[in-house]
Design a protein around this ligand. Sequence first.
Ligand SMILES: Cc1ncc(COP(=O)(O)O)c(C=O)c1O
Length: 400
Amino acid sequence: MSIKISNRLKLVQPSPTLTISNKANEMIAQGIDVVNFGVGEPDFNTPEYIKRAAIDAIEANFTRYTANAGIPELRRAICNKLLRDNHLKYEPKQILVSPGAKAAILNVLIAVCDVQDQVLMPAPYWVSYPYQAILANAEPVIIPTSEENNYKLTALALEEAIKTHPCSKVLLLNSPNNPTGAVYTKKELEEIAEICLKYKILVISDEIYERLVYDDTEHISIASISPEMQEQTIVINGVSKAYAMTGWRLGYAAGPSNIIAAAGRVQEHATSCVNSITQKACVVALTEEDDSIENMRKEFEKRRNFLFTELNKLPHINCFKPQGAFYIMPNIGWYLEHNKQYINDCDQFCEILLEKHYVALVSGTSFGLDTNVRFSYANSMENLEKGVKRFGAFLEELKP
Ligand SMILES: Cc1ncc(COP(=O)(O)O)c(C=O)c1O
């Protein structure tokens, strides 16, 4: 008997970043020397002091279900973190601890969206956002951005989108941004906040890359723009990227208590609490930092500088300097334009690059930007050097 999959799921595709990583890993398993720029997680180990806290939790038998929204000491630690780093005051009841920032966003979307509600998101967007909107029964609305504006959403474009989409309810904003590495300035956030307040749009502000900012860039949460904006924002953050803890699965949402309680009810019937041991480790991660966190950030900055310099040396490559996260997204439009006879699009460009030159990139199509490709620099300097050389050799072949 074949059971029909739901109509909603027909619109949901597998994560392209995982697909390219899987393909690259298969090739590596066959003994091929692939440089994998597809990875979306730090290549460092979780710092020792955090691992120690988890071992202590196991030894103390802290291994049972916890409160659905997270253990009180962790919710207090998150409140302290938000006050210390973002100047945002929250009570523990305004915090929901979830199995990853990804789950936190979905819980909130399911909590606030009804059928026909529209979820706005600038392109390029993180690959999961449109599908998460669909899973929440809402409609994703993509707002294009421009290269001149470093692929950032402007207040003007946002207002236009809201006017033409009268069921707009939520804006998904991501700064520092995956895939571009762009970071919104205070002024840009103020302008966006003004429009969100004018049209009563809830902002889900994904700040998972907050700690990974470079040069003198400052991460600012849109919730900190004004008390009114804090009331209309759900701040999303977690430990995956800054603390090299992707496999531990912990993220959180902070916002108005009625929305957090509703998102908590979603979680209660979906996954329940986050792993108890992870929660204990995260109390320590957020309160007792050692220099390993800053050392990882510095290493990412060194790699960003290298990739930015080397990619910009390549002919006809336009590359904007990322200010955060660990991605860089050069425009390969010239090469697509001049090789139409044998490369159809960005996806095919990436397929050929992987098959012929053993370099795995993620095609911009996955992020709603079909002229660019994404490099992740969560990889060793040695691999970055090798990968850029191979990428350059491929471009050389594509010159008419
Ligand atoms: C923009 C963005 N948000 C959220 C996440 C998910 O983070 P987590 O591991 O906490 O679920 C990612 C992971 O790649 C991301 O890039």
